[in-house]
Ligand binder design. Sequence first.
Ligand SMILES: [Zn+2]
Ligand SMILES: [Zn+2]
Length: 191
Amino acid sequence: MKTTSLRDFHADDSPCGHRHTPSSMPLEEGCPGRSYWLASCTCGWLLRSTAKGYADDRRRHHRDEHKKEARATSPSRQNPMPTPSYEKQLSNELVTVTDRIAQTYGEDFRPGGCALYTGDGQRTPGIFQATYYDEKGVAQAEFVRVDGTPVSAPLSDFAKLPPSASPSTSSRTPSAARWRAVKSKPVSAIR
Ligand SMILES: [Zn+2]
Ligand SMILES: [Zn+2]
């Protein structure tokens, strides 16, 4: 299952994750304001936009494309082609390697995950295309920076993005929580 995410960044490419008013005014000290948004998908798709609405719209659209794909290729409609066993084995091994790397370095350190490339002394966001161990056993990554330039570097040249509110979990309902709090009061306390 492919999952998409939307993250906001400051003009210096540092991830934001600060709170803002609905009109995007920073609510926290130390936030210079958001400069652009990165929409990404675990398939390796990446889009940069200075407009949040546009980035989120493209993210939804991209997510829906995967849903359509999944429906079109669902096993109930189509007989799966038999996979040659060596290919199956190879892909199983690749999955094991990416899982192992993700367990060691963090869940974002896998194909489709977002991170910051720090190997050139800067912190440039982008997305992993592939992760693997080289012949010396060093974890390496193929990475595409937000400006579209690819880079191959050891995983030690990458830094994690701080967690940011995912669009699907940002809808909190404080009124419902308050209502529950009122309802759970013992009857004798209300009188
Ligand atoms: Zn900020
Ligand atoms: Zn995708």
